[in-house]
Design a protein. Sequence first.
Length: 136
Amino acid sequence: MTTIDIAWLAGLLEGEGSFAFSKGPAIQVLMTDEDIISKARSLMSPTAKIGIETRENCKTRYYFSVSGSLAIQWMMTIYPFMGRRRREKIREIILKWKQMYGQKHIGTITMIAKARNISYNEAKKIFEGSLFGTVQ
């Protein structure tokens, strides 16, 4: 995966994604372009099921979601590319997740390091919140 892939995905999620925390962290993408949904899914979670929503007199809508630590990994990865409102929401979700589940997620740190092409220690600083201290 390249930085261009991550930036493309961040742009898509900025406009068409939703970030939530109900039973846990989640990202959902819903839109009428099946090819774009397929590409996003292949980047984020190739095994995720694409759902189809049909309504009378409306275009077919396609969607998929990721949740749990995978959603957190993606939120941390795309964070620098997001606008202010989305960064605030992502930060809120990550802080809530850390409070509920602790900071015992080495896989999350490793994924951030790989996706951003940075060292494990740099990714750990992101995970621990040092780079989330101020939402700009």
